[in-house]
Design a protein around this ligand. Structure first.
Ligand code: SER
Length: 329
């Protein structure tokens, strides 16, 4: 086996996925990359021996540098996580298009030339106001109202094209909002579902930027990481969809999340001050039909809302060193 390259490795998904890839394939087989230089050795919980030698600066807009790294490290698979998320994408639509579409195009061209396996994260942001909100089918209306969603639809079409025209083994998931504790997310619309845990523990108060009834598909990071690994390990013949698979775990409203947190922190208070992200959330769907992913490569989520909240509070209280007094139980 050659080396795996992860782009955007220091982001929310990358941080946990890299740890899992290191555990599965060996730390020396995983090369992390990102736009920023690392100035010192860094610590990784899952692989404590890991240091800056496994990291390279890479802007995915730089196709030559990407291909130099592919040759230097004998890369045979790319997990292409570099991207600008939905809220940031509305503030910087030009950059969002460039990074998400032109960056992916560079990666796909590189995968074609060097015969690389590729993972591309798509998103529930491909859906739009005319998409059915419940049981959203695999093949449905995709009329996104954000630049981020437009780049993800374009990305899915490019992946499908490269798979069918050139035989590139590209695999993709339409990820929902991801909840995790290793690294805070940045620039997304679903970020409220992570920020709320930090605020609940630190301040017992959170001002949520979407309304209480806002209901979106979500997933806990361990499920998301396992989904990516299982998708990439599945037999090539099992992968029937090359644009991107619908995938989901749980759907809940902001108010339901607040209530679940209040079971552990009864004095936690949440106010609501919807901002421009409300319109983005409103344009997305509430519950996705992921039966194709279940049928083709055996997808099954494990974490429901109570399990997510219990584990998030336990893990974060440890990390932030804020004791979680369970007065209710
Ligand atoms: N979590 C992402 C966002 O909110 C959706 O893919 O932008």
């Amino acid at each position: 086996m050659g080396t795996i390259l992860v782009t955007g490795a220091k982001g929310q998904l990358g941080s946990d996925l890299v740890a899992a890839l290191c555990q599965h394939y060996g730390a020396a087989s995983v090369l992390e990359s990102g736009r920023a230089a690392l100035h010192r050795a860094y610590h990784c919980d899952a692989v404590p021996q890991r240091d800056y030698r496994f990291y390279e600066v890479l802007d995915v807009m730089d196709r030559q540098r990407l291909q130099d790294l592919i040759e230097k490290y004998q890369i045979d698979a790319i997990y292409h996580l570099a991207g600008v998320l939905s809220a940031k994408g509305e503030q910087q639509p030009d950059r969002c298009w460039n990074v998400n579409v032109n960056g992916l195009y560079n990666v796909l061209e590189t995968a074609r030339i060097y015969h690389l396996k590729l993972f591309f994260p798509s998103s529930i942001a491909v859906f739009g106001p005319h998409t059915p909100k419940l049981d959203t089918p695999q093949i449905t209306i995709e009329d996104p109202s954000t630049m981020y969603g437009i780049t993800k639809v374009t990305g899915e079409l490019l992946c499908h094209y490269y798979a069918h025209r050139y035989g590139v083994d590209v695999r993709s998931l339409r990820l929902p909002g991801i909840i995790s504790y290793s690294i805070p997310p940045g620039g997304g619309t679903t970020d409220f579902a992570v920020e709320i845990f930090y605020a609940a523990l630190k301040d017992r108060h959170y001002t949520c930027f979407v309304r209480p009834e806002t209901r979106l598909p979500m997933m806990y990071m361990p499920d998301a990481v396992r989904a990516v690994l299982e998708l990439m390990q599945a037999d090539e013949a099992a992968i029937k969809i090359r644009s991107s698979y619908n995938i989901t775990a749980v759907s809940f409203s902001a108010a339901e999340l607040v209530s679940e947190i209040q079971r552990y922190l009864p004095d936690f208070v949440c106010d609501y001050a919807p901002d421009f992200r409300q319109a983005i959330a409103d344009s997305w769907v509430s519950e996705v039909d992921d039966s194709k992913a279940r049928a083709d490569w055996g997808w099954r989520p494990e974490y429901d809302l109570p399990a997510i909240v219990e584990d998030m509070l336990k893990q974060l209280s440890r990390r932030l060193d804020i004791p979680l007094k369970n007065r209710n139980r």
